[in-house]
Design a protein around this ligand. Structure first.
Ligand code: PEP
Ligand code: MG
Length: 759
């Protein structure tokens, strides 16, 4: 009889809850935790169940935390964590389905947690909380009596859950924000993973202490709030001056090393320090009695908020600079001697990074970089390669919680990250490193002329991103420059470089490679290389499909013409080639070439020294080109295949998105077959053809390339020695035979096997 009453009562739950009890729960609660606690008590009561618990999902950690419970051991609140898919509750959320068990402990997914007090409750009903695809958590009710819950209960709990979902989601977000405000400074907290596998963005090796960029400011905030000392206005002014000197030092440092791209990258920060309204706002607060470190924090925060609201990406980006200034100023005021080289000799971990930030960090001599997002062919990776900073991209949000100064070993040859590595691991890597160093000293032995085993001459050209790469290209006796990515000086500046500025940079390139072929690729911005100072580059939904590359140049003829004139002038007396990126049609190619012709005429009319007959070619990066190769071969003087983009567009896989990196497959049969068509057509028309994307240095493809008729590769000069070695072992007849076989393969799995066997 009692059970029957309970059942009838439970049938009415939906009605009871609809009456508005839920709304009151939130306003009555003094904290988020107490809101959740009241919620579980209310549900337990209405559902007449002995246990009700709420688990909240943390997207970054991909786990659920027991956040409130009626009936289970409350000591587990905030402590018990289940991975997504773990236990019946984790499974309910993972698969976004209701799980009802009449005898929970019999289910193989049941997870027994010690001391939780759950074993006695055999009837189990879990309802996931979610909105669209966003996972929020799960509500679980349990009862001692087996087979206690009915279909009506399920319906009722679903109804309650859907009413509560929004409020719980808000709660979850608030709780996670509060959690983020308390970065862990406890070095004894062990990071639960010792080894992480990521992708190599820039090769190398580093062993150093790590700093998580995002937590740095929070840590300082904590320090400020704990500090009892009162500082004077004079001390603040002294800190201001010290900060200025530091920034000027960094600027000088970076200018010396990277004159082409580093122009004034710290200028925004130096200017900000000199800004009177920034200074006066802090002084005003200090005069009103606020301790200077706190006053700096308040004003910096205010500026950051203001910057972030601005509808201009360039200024928004500056909020990072403001934060950085705040950090420096406060550190200097507090007498943190650390700051002059805060990141010096450290491995920096960050969620994401802009090219200009990579440069700033390189001026502080960081040892390595671990990013949680991005792609290995993204331009941050390309820049890190030129700066010789090892970079690994790893999709592991937990790294953000890594305690400060934890030792990290990066094997950015393989993409391995070891947290707090054991002596053995360290030793193994030190040995490997010694070997590598020895190998790099042997680069002096490299031959200036690369031939296959049977004597076919293969040209190995260098890809140059920064002028700093030139020396390396010369050291490894590159046959010339097959790709100079002209955009880097554009990306990190605060405005377009003038024709004169470009001329000076380009001239250093042509002089650095005198007598050898040099290919200037015209401006290739857009995609992941946004010019933040250029308004119309703001907010594109699909930047890789947007105003990118040659499209930008054709749309902004004045900017394009300035660049072309600078190239033609700098290329006077050089073996000069101009190459257009991302060409999609014959018309586009012809339009771009017409602009070169116009520039040639202008320079001639003005009697300015310039190269009068540069070769004009194009990159092959779009699938569309494959179909019009024959006609393009009649127009263009040469071609270079940019496999980084070609793969991205052929397979519709964003090259900068680590979430789909497993789908970015150079060995895809469609890619290999398309390459064959492109190369054969170019060769048929006797047009020079090369490969300049990252595939050019991937050893497993070299024999295929030679087999389909490639005789020129352009690659990061660091890879030239090993690529030369592989090429010297290849026999062209055998390579042709092998590539014919590969061209018959249509299945990815089979292709992978064949390619790996050869790698
Ligand atoms: C490419 O797309 O392969 C290429 C070489 O150009 P980038 O990597 O600069 O886009
Ligand atoms: Mg490209």
């Amino acid at each position: 009889m009692k059970k029957l009453i309970a059942k009838v009562f439970r049938d009415n739950t939906k009605l009871i809850c609809d009456v508005g009890e839920i709304g009151g729960l939130f306003t009555d609660s003094t904290s988020l935790e107490s809101f959740l606690q009241k919620t579980v008590e209310m549900i337990a009561q209405h559902m007449n169940s002995q246990v009700c618990s709420i688990y909240l999902y943390n997207e970054e950690q991909r786990d659920l935390t027991l956040s409130a419970t009626k009936g289970l051991n409350q000591e587990h609140i905030g402590q018990l964590r289940l991975k997504l898919g773990e236990g019946l509750t984790g499974l309910a959320l993972k698969e976004l389905r209701v799980i009802e068990e009449r005898c929970a402990s019999q289910n193989p997914n049941f997870k027994c947690v010690e001391n939780l007090g759950e074993e006695q409750y055999e009837s189990f009903l879990a309802v996931p909380i979610f909105r669209g695809a966003t996972k929020i958590g799960a509500i679980v009710i349990q009862n001692k009596n087996k087979a206690y819950f009915s279909a009506n209960d399920e319906q009722a709990l679903r109804a309650i859950t859907s009413q509560l979902a929004n409020t719980i989601e808000m709660t979850r977000l608030f709780m996670s924000i509060n959690e983020q405000k308390k970065p862990s400074t406890d070095k004894t907290v062990a990071f639960d993973s010792k080894f992480l596998k990521g992708q190599v963005g820039s090769p190398g090796f580093a062993f150093a202490q790590a700093i998580v960029l995002e937590n740095d400011l929070l840590r300082l905030e904590e320090k400020v709030s704990q500090s009892k000392r009162v500082y004077s206005l004079a001390e603040f002014q002294k800190a201001l001056r010290t900060t200025e000197i530091q920034l000027e030092f960094f600027q000088k440092n970076v200018e010396e090393k990277l004159s082409d791209v580093a122009s004034l990258i710290f200028s925004a920060q130096i200017l900000m320090l000199k800004d009177q309204s920034f200074y006066q706002s802090i002084v005003k607060l200090v005069e009103q009695g606020m301790n200077p470190p706190k006053a700096i924090m308040v004003i910096v925060d205010d500026y950051v908020q203001k910057f972030q609201k601005i509808d201009n990406a360039y200024l928004r980006e500056k909020s990072q600079d403001v934060r950085d200034i705040g950090r420096r100023l406060v550190s200097n005021l507090l007498g943190d001697s650390e700051d002059l080289g805060k990141y010096n000799q450290c491995i920096v971990i960050s969620r994401e990074m802009l090219p200009s930030e990579v440069l700033k960090l390189s001026s502080q001599r960081i040892k390595g970089l671990v990013l949680l997002s991005g792609g290995t062919t993204s331009h941050v990776s390309i820049l890190a390669q030129s700066l010789q900073i090892p970079l690994i991209i790893v999709d592991e949000p937990k790294l953000i919680n890594l305690p400060e100064l934890t030792s990290v070993l990066m094997d950015a040859q393989e993409g391995n990250i070891y947290i707090d590595p054991s002596k053995d691991i360290k030793h193994t890597y030190e040995e490997k490193e010694k070997l590598r160093e020895r190998a790099s000293h042997s680069k002096g032995k490299i031959k200036g002329c690369t031939r296959s085993r049977d004597g076919l001459r293969i040209q190995l050209m260098a890809n140059i991103n920064l002028l700093g790469d030139l020396q390396y290209a010369r050291d490894v006796k590159a046959d010339g420059i097959g790709l100079y990515r002209t955009e880097f000086p554009f990306i990190v500046r605060s405005d377009f470089p003038s024709e004169e500025e470009q001329y000076v940079i380009y001239q250093r390139l042509t002089e650095g490679m005198k007598g050898k072929e040099i290919t200037f690729r015209t401006l290739d911005i857009g995609g992941d290389k946004v010019l933040s100072y250029f308004e119309s580059h703001v907010k594109e939904n699909n930047p890789f499909l947007g105003m990118r590359s040659i499209r930008f140049s054709l749309r902004h003829e004045e900017i394009f013409s300035q660049q072309i004139r600078a190239i033609l002038r700098a290329g006077y007396k050089s073996d000069l080639r101009i190459m257009f990126p991302m060409i999609s049609s014959i018309d586009e190619f012809v339009s771009a070439r017409n602009i070169v012709d116009k520039c040639l005429k202008q320079l001639k009319d003005l009697n300015i020294k310039h190269h009068s007959q540069p070769k004009i070619g194009m990159m092959i990066e779009l699938p569309a080109v494959v179909q019009i190769m024959e006609e393009l071969a009649l127009e263009a003087d040469f071609f270079s295949i940019g496999t980084n983009d070609f793969i991205q567009y052929m397979l519709a896989v964003d090259r900068t998105n680590e979430k789909v990196s497993d789908l970015y497959l150079p060995e895809h049969p469609a890619i290999l077959r398309a390459l064959k068509i492109i190369v054969s057509t170019a060769n048929k028309h006797q047009k020079d053809i090369s490969i300049c994307g990252d595939m050019a240095h991937q050893k497993q493809f070299l024999s295929y390339f030679l087999g389909v008729g490639i005789k020129k590769l352009s690659l990061n000069p660091a890879y030239i020695p090993e690529v030369q070695e592989v090429i010297e072992s290849i026999n062209i007849n055998e390579a042709e035979e092998q590539s014919r076989k590969l061209l018959t393969v249509s299945k990815l799995s089979e292709m992978k096997k064949m390619i790996i066997n050869k790698g």
